[in-house]
Design a protein around this ligand. Structure first.
Ligand SMILES: Cc1cc2nc3c(=O)[nH]c(=O)nc-3n(C[C@H](O)[C@H](O)[C@H](O)COP(=O)(O)O)c2cc1C
Length: 282
């Protein structure tokens, strides 16, 4: 569990992907706070080694940030994250990087997960890429511009970023034939709603959660062929880690402690083509 100055539910609701920024850097004291937040991060659910830095990047073409294919404009500071994928789980990256994104949100900055539309090598020096590490994702940290650029609006519109799938399509009780809705979710409502509001690559929302015997079992419903579009990093497993962080942090702030285990539920839950990922056991 990490500690924010505002309830995580507020931060999750406030966060939006911003791709258009004023040409300024975070205030030095805020940058310092983000860096000490990163330095204090604990181990992620599967214990992978993830490195995240807040870097200042001066390379721009006009106001477009070099290496982002013109998608991000104005920003001068970026979170850059790297991991050796051969010995790590992508969910761990998603989990930790999202916790830092929400730290930047708590300080009032705009962010945007960028895992696909960027040139990984343009950010390699910023994170001091070593050995077999890959730059898995980056995010600008800055003050959003007054208006979104055309490309920003286009990205958000194409992904349908302002919408999420209905609760009953994502969450289930006891087996996958029994969808939950907001009324039947009871004490699980807040934590599951925070999963539903999570960002995901192309807003595909691949997370499914089965609540069974008091545990939250996370499954991945992959978007067919999506991994062919972005072969370097398994973005949908990053998405899973983000959702895992939202659930755990929300429960922890409600006083519910627990741990992550690889313990698929017993019995016939009819997961079909879904991949089991992990369970949060309070
Ligand atoms: C793992 C991950 C990778 C993403 N990669 C990109 C990207 O490469 N380019 C981009 O413009 N947005 C990217 N996004 C942002 C999503 O499109 C965005 O989160 C989603 O549409 C939901 O919108 P929201 O963040 O405003 O709620 C990514 C998001 C996630 C979680």
């Amino acid at each position: 569990m990490v500690s924010y100055v505002r309830p995580v539910t507020e931060l999750i609701r406030a966060r939006r992907s911003w791709r258009t920024y004023q040409a300024s850097r975070p205030r030095p004291e805020d940058a310092e706070q983000i860096r000490s937040f990163i330095a204090g991060l604990g181990r992620p659910p599967f214990g992978s080694r993830v490195r995240i830095v807040l870097a200042e990047l001066g390379h721009t073409v006009g106001d477009r940030v070099k290496g982002t294919y013109g998608v991000i404009s104005g920003a001068r500071s970026f979170l850059v994250g790297a991991m050796d994928q051969s010995e790590s789980r992508p969910e761990d990256f998603g989990y930790l990087f999202e916790s830092v994104i929400l730290c930047a949100t708590s300080l009032g900055y705009g962010t945007c997960w960028v895992g696909g539309t960027f040139d990984r090598s343009a950010f390699a020096d910023a994170v001091g890429l070593a050995g077999r590490e890959t730059v898995c994702a980056v995010s600008p940290v800055g003050v959003p511009a007054k208006a979104r650029s055309t490309i920003d609006r286009l990205f958000a519109a194409t992904a349908g970023s302002h919408t999420r799938k209905p609760f009953a399509e994502l969450f289930f009780m006891d087996d996958f034939e029994s969808p939950m809705n907001e009324r039947s979710a009871g004490s699980h409502l807040a934590a599951l709603e925070m999963v539903r509001l999570a960002p995901s690559s192309s807003n595909r929302q691949p997370w499914r959660v089965l609540v069974k015997d008091g545990a939250y079992h996370f499954y991945l419903r992959r978007t067919p062929l999506y991994s062919l579009l972005f072969p370097k990093v398994d973005l949908q497993r990053l998405d899973m880690g983000i959702a895992m962080f939202h659930l755990e942090q929300t429960l922890c702030e409600q006083g519910v402690q627990g741990s992550w285990r690889t313990a698929a539920p017993s019995g016939d839950v009819r997961a079909g083509a879904m991949e089991y990922v992990a369970s949060f056991v309070p």
